[in-house]
Ligand binder design. Structure first.
Ligand code: 2BA
Length: 104
């Protein structure tokens, strides 16, 4: 068994969860905050059998989108802020081995 930890943009979250749920994946959703932008995102915990990991990741890939975002960077020498474009997403996914799984 594996635990998929997927960090998903808040705007994609409902579509990702709906599609995963329709395909019988079990999900826990956490409200989280990215360390760089300090903006809200969602972290999904999905416990799955090994053979279904790829199917779950494919759904997350299909329902998560890249977005361009402008952030302000400051130049300390001249006290001027410059806009910089970054690309946020799609999802950031970790797949962990699960030693034991119990429902008590
Ligand atoms: P944030 O940390 O708020 O990062 C948002 C976006 O800012 C990132 O998008 C990336 O494009 C950019 N970024 C992050 N750190 C940067 C840096 N040091 N310099 C320049 N640009 C930087 P994503 O890579 O798509 O990440 C989206 C969110 O996924 C992140 O939000 C964070 O919550 C999570 N994440 C991404 N990589 C992670 C990792 N290795 N470990 C844990 N969480 C991660």
């Amino acid at each position: 068994m594996k635990l998929i930890v997927a960090i998903v943009n808040s705007r994609d979250c409902n579509n990702v969860i709906n599609d995963l749920t329709e395909h019988d994946f079990h999900i826990t959703q956490l409200s989280t905050t990215g360390g760089f932008l300090r903006a809200g995102n969602k972290t999904l915990l999905i416990g799955v059998e090994d053979e279904r990991v790829d199917a779950a990741i494919e759904i997350i890939r299909k329902r998560s989108h890249q977005r361009k975002q402008l952030i302000a960077t400051t130049d300390a020498h001249v006290a001027v802020s410059h806009p910089m474009e970054i690309i946020v997403g799609g999802a950031t996914v970790f797949v962990l081995d699960v030693d034991q799984f119990e429902k008590l």
